[in-house]
Design a binder for this molecule. Sequence first.
Ligand SMILES: [Zn+2]
Length: 387
Amino acid sequence: MCEVTEWRYPQGFSLSRRCAIPRRTATEVLGVCLVAAVLTLPAAFCQERTKAKPTPSDAKKQVAPDPEPSATDEQSQVTAKITRWFDGKAAAVSLRFDDSNPTHILIAVPLLTQHQMVGTFLINPGRDGYKRHKDKWETEAIRGGHEFGNHTMHHRGAKDDEEADYEIGECSKFIWNLFPGKSKLLAFRSGGGTTWNIQKPWSHYNKKWHLVYDEHSLGVGTEGEGYVRSMPQFKERLDQALKSGLWVTFYYHQIGLEKGLGISEAFFREQVEHLRSRRDDLWFAGIAQAHKYQAERRAAKVSIRRLAERRLEIALAAGTDVALYDQALTMELAMTGTWRADRVKVADAQGRVLKTRTAQSEGRQVVRFEVPPVNGTMTVSGSESRR
Ligand SMILES: [Zn+2]
């Protein structure tokens, strides 16, 4: 435990904040934690702050793939599952751009939009880089389907809780205003090099202003925190995600100036081209979007029940709050024997036929379709296969 918690960025950037806990000796801290554990009261007390700002070692533990929500009908051997990522893609990729640097709206947004990829732009609405290009940010970036995240109003930390509430809260409200009717969950980072003299735990701000992190991704917790310096390094990290079915985030600051965290425009373009070449295997998602899919899938349960010969009912039990978690999930039905994927019909509880598509997965014919992350049932009917 500590008086000041500091997360050191490899580039020499650092972030610190004062914990609410007074400085203690190791023995005292151990004693306090043991008592806490016995009383089971503040078990979350120790855990909460790592949730807010995962240290690299914590983040590493969290990137293991989740267990799969699936169910099989024993007789027909039809299996229903929620795919690891949207549309059955092998891995998810988020591209994160910090500080509303003008090159983000002038270079990254048009290039990504052109390739049908999305970026997550952590903006500072109170700073010049945003204000100077406000019109473009609020038309081109939104139209292109890009995600905006909270990077605080001014990127200057806070001298107390009141200022923190303003810096974080106003930025959340600003973004909510730009995306009316959308989920309020926003990707967040407090800003490298800023100091937060706050007494309230970060979990207070996360909850109040609906902040989420990419802490379950491969970018965080590995050396460089998502920044890469060469194409081999970029490809290696992407391949690692593809091999393990993980979510990888890449971080960007200025594009076109190789200084500090900046990279050249040519290097950025090369990365985008490479991602494009792997598009069949990748889900390009915003950070909040990938976070939602992951959390929804983790909390969901799938069950399957036979209604009649060649008629199955699949039930989805969602475990997330639909007001915040609104990302559609991809359901996949795998067939063997006499069931044929191209003859399967799926209808929702109201009898409406859902749009499905067929694919191959692990040597089996599969049917895929999207479902909202809510409790519901679907009926699957298959016609006799004629060979
Ligand atoms: Zn920043």
